[in-house]
Design a protein. Structure first.
Length: 212
């Protein structure tokens, strides 16, 4: 079994919006049943009642993302670039062969939290709450609602350690390689992570920070 690791820094080029539901009951009903660490994650929610706002988790002195957020991003990015990279069923391959870890190690609850930094220091709190309209079509016609998310303004960065398990190409699909992963990270200049990314939020550049 051949396992390799690389460390990357994701540096924001647009503000980042929180994507975690602040309501613990929502997390309990819709997330806990699917996630073995849901109780530990709930403990990282902000203490104040923020209603329907989507938020960042808090881990000690920093707001943070969970390691699986990067895996989710990679699934979407590799799928979007499928004609270029030739990787079929990228969600399944990422689940099997790609693992994301915190550069600083697990926290006291064993969670892989990716802390957000600004100018080398942990970001202790979101900068503000962003509200925007959401338009949708219902049986009664078009409707508009307000959505609210915590926002981290520029500059921000995240350090993440990515582990790749070597895998083979098949007749139907190319292998999932470091070239594919780095091409997917490069896609972050166009479409990023977090809430409202289709409007350009959460975009980033990347650089490799380990000893290549």
């Amino acid at each position: 079994m051949n396992i390799t690791e690389r460390t990357y820094r994701l540096t924001g080029i647009s503000p980042l919006l929180g994507s975690q539901p602040a309501d613990k009951e929502i997390r309990k009903n819709y997330i806990a049943a699917k996630h073995p660490n849901a109780d530990a994650e709930n403990a990282l929610l902000p203490d104040e009642d923020l209603g329907g706002v989507t938020v960042f988790l808090r881990d000690g002195e920093s707001v943070c993302l969970m390691g699986y957020v990067v895996n989710g991003y990679l699934k979407e990015a590799i799928a979007s670039m499928g004609l270029e990279n030739g990787v079929k069923m990228p969600a399944s391959k990422v689940d099997k062969y790609v693992f994301n870890f915190s550069v600083s190690g697990q926290n006291s609850d064993g969670l892989e939290t990716l802390k957000l930094h600004r100018d080398g220091e942990p970001i202790s709190a979101p900068d503000r709450v962003l509200e925007r309209p959401l338009r949708g079509m219902t049986m009664q016609g078009p409707r508009i609602a307000l959505a609210s998310s915590e926002m981290i303004a520029l500059p921000w960065s995240i350090d993440v350690k990515i582990t790749l398990l070597e895998n083979a190409a098949t007749k139907a699909s190319k292998a999932l390689t470091w070239d594919v992963i780095e091409d997917a990270l490069g896609y972050g200049r166009l479409r990023g992570i977090g809430q409202w990314r289709n409007a350009g939020y959460g975009r980033f550049t990347f650089e490799r920070t380990d000893d290549a």
